[in-house]
Design a protein around this ligand. Structure first.
Ligand code: NAD
Length: 478
């Protein structure tokens, strides 16, 4: 049996504890066996990163740029193979897996360039003869903790800027999908990084993640995952005086005004709510529809959903893959039951499906006749479940859209420039889309939310430097 080991201090360490990585499209298929780190292994990884930091912080940015560029080039060249591994372990369909792998490659290439662009400022002092400079420096050891739903892209958009700006890294992928994170670590292990600059520790959050959060040698934690875990980590980091960045859940509204192009709106909803099995923090889960288009839109959506095939992620005719595991499927089904009990009308799907292979299959579920106070409209379900909330005006639509504890992404479908422009300003979300799904973003611009969805500086694009570097103000009397 081949065990995919942890990567600590430049070596593939030997571990006895092993976890099975199971394919959600076919639970008979074991994707691989992965080592599970214990506390001592995590501490070794942190120590290695701590030791490697001073030299890496001073290395020429050209060296960092070349390494990140090599990593990006290899990921792009192997996008089909890496995408297939990702789809096999996570369950998004192959085209989505390959696109995510390509995105991860692009992210490394983007930050290769950014490594060369890290600059400071020189400001005229109020004291004549004194020079003031604002310098940017790396933080130190960064702990990176990621969720299962984007097992390559999210690690890439955290690891690449951390390394680009001169930090060292201890990376813990989600234990449900260790394969993509391991493959990324394997590429990084051959890219020319000095020993200890990048470390991989696979294992449960309560043990491995917790040890990273609790270590005084880890200067910052970048976390993406659920609200309860994120909040606990945030409090622990605050108590230890640690920098923290949290990307959490969403309950993203997509407004459809009566003047919308029906086809554009239906496509945005089907893509935003149900693609990637609805397992995206930016999924369009609350569809807020003006009365004038309501019935036509529902008819069009039901028709569109009936054409989608739910099946094995690696089969070319599948449009939607399985739910990630049995526990998530149970959560989705219990919310579907709750939606009915709350008075929602299930107009499509919401049923467990049997396929040739034993997997966690669920038909995409669409509720109508819901209101924004129902739990299915307030709590993140994280599955292929969306509900329609009918409204009478644009003003009501905006009020409903913003009435949520989350604020990650939002959208509006309209042919009116006036409403589109107004909504861009009034939406209380970190990302706003016009005539587009709430999910699906570029890799070179900031990503993040407001309110309960995010905490700390933005991820991605040049804005990532706010988390992965720290400012120092230097005064000189020449
Ligand atoms: P999760 O919170 O269960 O786990 C996330 C990571 O935290 C995993 O690696 C896990 O092992 C680790 N972890 C768990 N307990 C820990 C602890 N006590 N200390 C340290 N680490 C710990 O989330 P998940 O189920 O993997 O992911 C789904 C969630 O992620 C959803 O809520 C989704 O909205 C969110 N998400 C957010 C974004 C975003 O950018 N806002 C993107 C993707 C996913």
């Amino acid at each position: 049996m081949t065990v995919h080991q942890n990567f600590i201090a430049g070596n593939w360490s030997q571990t006895d504890a092993v976890v099975e990585n199971i394919n959600p499209s076919d639970t008979r298929d074991i994707v691989g066996h992965y080592a599970s780190a214990d506390r001592a292994a995590v501490e070794s990884a942190i120590e290695a990163a701590h030791t490697a930091f001073p030299a890496w912080a001073r290395v020429s940015p050209e060296v960092r740029a070349d390494i990140l560029d090599r990593v990006g080039t290899e990921i792009l060249a192997r996008r089909d193979e890496l995408g297939a591994l990702l789809s096999r372990e996570e369950g998004k369909i192959l085209s989505e897996g390959v696109a995510e792998a390509a995105r991860a490659g692009r992210v490394f290439k983007f930050f290769a360039g950014e490594a060369l662009r890290l600059n400071g400022e020189r400001i005229t002092s109020v004291r004549p003869g004194v020079e003031v400079e604002v310098l940017r420096e790396p933080e130190g050891v960064i702990g990176i903790i990621t969720p299962w739903n984007f097992p390559l892209a999210i690690p890439a958009w955290k690891i690449a800027p951390a390394l680009a700006y001169g930090n060292t890294v201890v990376f813990k992928p989600a234990e449900l999908v260790p394969g993509s994170g391991w493959a990324l670590a394997e590429i990084l292990s051959r890219a020319g990084l000095p020993e200890g600059v990048f470390n991989l520790v696979i294992g449960p959050g309560s043990k491995v993640g917790q040890a990273m959060v609790e270590s005084p040698k880890v200067r910052g934690i970048s976390f993406t995952g659920s609200v309860p875990t994120g909040r606990r980590i945030g409090v622990a980091c605050f108590e230890m005086g640690k920098k923290v960045q949290l990307e959490l859940g969403g309950k993203n509204p997509l407004i459809v005004l009566a003047d919308a192009d029906l086809e554009v709106a239906a496509n945005a909803i089907i893509n935003g709510a149900f693609f990637s099995t609805g397992q995206r923090c930016t999924a369009s889960s609350r569809i807020i529809v003006e009365s004038g288009i309501h019935d036509r839109l529902i008819e069009r959506l039901v028709d569109g959903l009936a054409r989608l095939r739910v099946g094995h992620a690696l089969k070319p005719d599948s449009h939607i893959g399985p739910v990630v595991n049995a526990a998530q499927l149970e959560q989705d089904l219990s919310y579907i039951k709750l939606g009915r009990e709350e008075g929602g009308r299930l107009v499509f799907g919401g049923e467990r499906l049997q396929r040739e292979e034993p997997g966690h299959y669920l038909s995409p579920a669409l509720f109508t006749g819901t209101d924004n106070s129902m739990r299915i409209n307030r709590e993140e379900i994280f599955g292929p479940v969306a509900s329609v909330i009918r409204v009478e005006s644009y003003e009501e639509a905006v009020a409903v859209a913003n009435d949520t504890e989350f604020g990650l992404s939002s959208g509006i479908c309209t042919t009116s420039l006036k409403f589109a422009s107004d909504f861009k300003h009034r939406s209380a979300a970190g990302m706003v889309m016009v005539n587009l799904p709430t999910a699906g973003v570029d890799y070179h611009v900031p990503f993040g939310g407001r309110k309960g969805s995010s905490y700390g500086p933005r991820e991605q694009g040049a804005y990532a430097r706010e988390f992965y570097s720290v400012v120092k103000t230097a005064y000189t009397q020449p």
